[in-house]
Design a protein around this ligand. Structure first.
Ligand SMILES: [Ca+2]
Ligand SMILES: [Ca+2]
Length: 248
């Protein structure tokens, strides 16, 4: 695995994308293959292994206005130099979250309404954004019945390049997140949100959304936390997609 990036030079993001291409390619090749990665039918990633299918995503129009500001992060992943590679998920994977009920720690959003989180509109414009109160907040999706999760795609915001803080994604059997809680993503490396210190990286928001491995987690409820962003203290959601297979 790569060592965590703690150098001050890496704290400020410079979008020299072309220079990153070779580096990223090298890192991809150097990554060790673990036993988890090697499981054929359940393997996720970019290899079209038997028992997998490509995750078909409908992406919104790119809309970056102006140049990205310097973004301070000691835990930022390097952006991909081009489009995200096609992601393979277990065969039979479907979108589970479309139109499903959304609740939140902020029941009355400042802008927009909670149903917009699963309404399929992922465009960047102001009319497509839900703004929650500042501080640690979550949205929660009720998938309607238990499922095995293959992937999630999360669009917080993509009018400009920014990073949302303390992104934590959990799956649970019950709406209060007491039973069978699985954390599938956590980039709160200093545990400032109190959900445990996470090992995932912070990332730049783009029109492609953040693709998160569902890791085969089982549950009916999906909860996504954040705690402000690098431009302001607010929390935003444009769309969340949860992909997987309903449990029989
Ligand atoms: Ca939406
Ligand atoms: Ca934190």
């Amino acid at each position: 695995m790569m060592p965590p990036m703690k150098h001050p030079q890496s704290a400020i993001l410079n979008l020299h994308l072309s220079c990153l291409a070779a580096t990223l390619l090298g890192m991809a090749i150097a990554l060790p293959v673990t036993a988890e990665d090697a499981k054929p039918a359940a393997a996720l990633g970019t290899t079209a292994a038997p028992g997998t299918q490509p995750l078909e995503l409908h992406l919104p129009k790119p809309l970056f206005v102006g140049t990205p500001k310097n973004i301070k992060s000691t835990n930022l992943e390097k952006p991909l130099p081009g489009k995200r590679p096609v992601y393979q998920v277990p065969a039979g994977t479907v979108l589970l979250s479309g139109g499903k009920k959304v609740t939140s720690s902020d029941a009355a959003p400042i802008i927009g309404s909670l149903e917009e989180v699963t309404d399929g509109d992922k465009e960047a414009g102001d009319g497509s954004i839900v703004e929650l109160a500042p501080g640690k907040q979550y949205v929660q999706i009720d998938l309607g019945k238990p499922a095995t999760l293959a992937a999630l795609v999360v669009w917080h915001y993509h009018q400009d390049a920014r990073v949302y803080r303390d992104v934590v994604v959990q799956v649970a059997e019950d709406p209060d997140f007491i039973m069978g809680v699985t954390t599938v993503f956590n980039n709160d490396d200093d545990n400032s949100s109190g959900l445990g210190a996470g090992k995932d990286k912070e990332y730049l928001e783009t029109y492609e959304g953040k693709l998160i491995d569902g890791k085969g987690a089982k549950g009916r409820y999906v909860r996504l936390y954040s705690n402000g962003n690098t431009s302001n203290d607010a929390n935003h959601y444009i769309e969340v997609e949860v992909y997987g297979k309903p449990l029989p």
